[in-house]
Design a protein around this ligand. Structure first.
Ligand code: GDP
Length: 298
């Protein structure tokens, strides 16, 4: 994860190690290197600019310190900025006052939504919740079946359309699932919606209609981290078409660069809430900006 960026930043810092104090020229050179490292990591340009400007300002203002040498000071500044750009604090799920809490997943096909639905359900089950997975992706052949398999692996119940009961109508399925959850004492409903390979109006409208039908407590935008800063344009389209409260990054295990992770929060203003790091159910956790920053700088 983020190996390319880690390696680059490590070499920037090691070139500072021999310095007793940093001159203006050292700071400029370091910031240029950091800029290149971020651009190579496919971080969106506005994010790179803000990041580098912040580092420069803080490096110039850094006091001569007994505790930290100049290289360590720069590492600390970059670490703080990474935490900031990744969102600062971990944003936790908001639970509804009157259960069930409704969580809706939106994103492109192949982003990892269905897998994520299973992971999130299992994660919540481990915290003594009783989630219900809802198959409102009626577009993709096998999506309902795939979600049922996920539910079984996660040890949670699934709600899927039955013949004659809203078949083909994801909005009806989503709506009915809330009543079903109440009757069956599920305190959380996770709705898996259809994705397509690209952004299209029909997809957005369907997701917006489901959102209007069930008034979710959280709409989570699920995005494949491996697409780099393309995640930003996809996120912007979903922001306009559906709106969302938080981001889930998937396939971080295959992302050597980190462009999506470092761009999406700054550009959308929405927090990264969860991260998916593999195909197994347990490869999943809440997203912690500070831990991610330390991993990058490790
Ligand atoms: P959906 O179309 O958005 O529902 O996507 P799926 O859940 O079907 O996932 C698409 C593919 O990505 C599947 O082969 C998953 O096994 C894989 N996948 C999902 N999440 C991850 C992840 O975090 N890491 C890796 N390596 N693969 C993942």
């Amino acid at each position: 994860m983020f190996e390319t960026l880690s390696d680059r930043l490590t070499s920037v810092f090691s070139s500072l190690r021999s310095k007793g104090r940093l001159s203006e020229a050292d700071i400029d050179a370091t910031c240029r290197e950091i800029r290149i490292a971020l651009l190579e990591a496919d971080v969106a340009l506005p994010v790179v600019k803000t990041f580098v400007a912040q580092v420069k300002e803080r490096a110039r203002g850094a006091e001569v310190s007994q505790a930290l040498n100049p290289a360590q000071q720069v590492v600390k500044i970059v670490n703080d900025e990474l935490i900031e750009v990744l969102g600062g604090e971990t944003r936790r799920l908001r639970y509804a006052k009157n259960p069930p809490t409704v969580i809706m997943l939106a994103g492109l096909q192949g982003a990892g939504k269905t897998t994520l639905a299973g992971k999130l359900a299992r994660w919540l089950r481990d915290q003594n919740h009783v989630p219900l997975l809802v198959a409102a992706d009626l577009q993709r052949p096998n999506a309902v079946q795939q979600l049922a398999v996920m539910a079984e692996r996660a040890g949670v119940a699934v709600y899927a359309p039955e013949p004659g009961n809203g078949v083909g109508d994801p909005i009806a399925v989503a709506r009915q699932s809330i009543d079903h959850a109440r009757r069956q004492q599920h305190d959380i409903v996770i709705i898996d919606t259809a994705g397509r390979l690209g952004i299209d109006q029909e997809l957005m409208k369907q997701a917006a209609d489901i959102r209007d039908a069930v008034s979710p407590d959280e709409v989570l935008f699920v995005v494949d981290a491996m697409i780099g800063q393309d995640a930003v344009s996809t996120a912007q389209a979903f922001m306009e078409g559906v709106g969302f409260d938080g981001v889930v990054l998937t396939k971080l295990d295959g992302d050597a660069r980190g462009g999506a992770a470092l761009s999406v929060r700054h550009i959308t203003g929405k927090p990264i809430m969860f991260a998916s790091t593999g195909e197994k159910l347990e490869d999943f956790d809440a997203f912690h900006p500070d831990r991610m920053a330390s991993r990058i700088l490790d």
